[in-house]
Design a protein. Structure first.
Length: 115
């Protein structure tokens, strides 16, 4: 049992390292030319999407870069369900995803406490 648990945590750590490496190498400056498609929804305080269901669109500033890359990859593959995000993610290369993750990961997080 202990060996299985150790193996599980080793695999989990490896997966996390791979996710983190996917966001490494991103160029926040290069993302300046790519963020327009994001700002239309993610740059509006309190914005909600109404299709396919009512959904509060999160702010991206301050998100962990590896999380952003993983989310975009999931939208692109269809693992995450949002027709709008799937269409946008489908147009992104891995480099685009890393650049966007670097940009938003370096931005200050916006929370209710900072407003």
């Amino acid at each position: 049992m202990m060996r299985k648990r150790t193996l599980f945590f080793a695999l989990l750590a490896s997966a996390h390292a791979l996710d983190a490496s996917a966001a490494e190498g991103g160029d926040a400056q290069a993302a300046q030319n790519k963020i327009a498609m994001c700002q239309g929804c993610h740059g509006i305080d309190g914005y909600r999407m109404a299709f396919p269901e009512v959904y509060r669109v999160p702010r991206l500033g301050g998100q962990h870069p590896a999380y952003i890359v993983k989310a975009l990859q999931a939208y692109k593959s269809g693992t995450r369900n949002s027709p709008t995000m799937r269409a946008i993610a489908a147009s992104l290369s891995e480099k685009d995803m890393a650049d966007l993750a670097a940009y938003y990961g370096s931005a200050a997080a916006v929370t209710a406490a900072t407003k």
